[in-house]
Design a protein around this ligand. Sequence first.
Ligand code: DQA
Length: 144
Amino acid sequence: MKILVINGPNINLLGLREPQIYGKEDYNFLCESITDFANKKGIEVENYQSNHEGDLVDAIQNAYNKFDGIVINPAAYTHTSVAILDAVKAVGIPTVEVHISDVSKREDFRQVSFIRLACVKTISGHGIKGYLEAIDYLIENYGK
Ligand code: DQA
């Protein structure tokens, strides 16, 4: 099984960025944790991050016929992007939405998630561990 992990804007600044909300670990630590976890589970994983909406759409489109699952934290684009929602719908790859913080307990504008409409599961507020739970969910439900 091959899983693509996609992170949106400002996730590259983990550790520096509002550590009281997003924690002290940086983006490299996140990628290493994901890669180590995938290795232990015997699956392939690729990490991708961009601050640009169109690049995220391209990454989802390019996953077609190459990946069996997507884990995505679209960050701020969660709350605005119909283009990212449509890309996930278009490729039809089982996708799990992840948020490091518990968005349900934050500002009103974070209560809307466009991408959720196309996702098989949402994990929110579990920190970096949420990405590993998402990978586990994809393995258990879509692994081959
Ligand atoms: C986030 C939550 C979003 O509202 C925010 O814009 C982010 C990160 C999270 O992981 O908790 O950039 O997706």
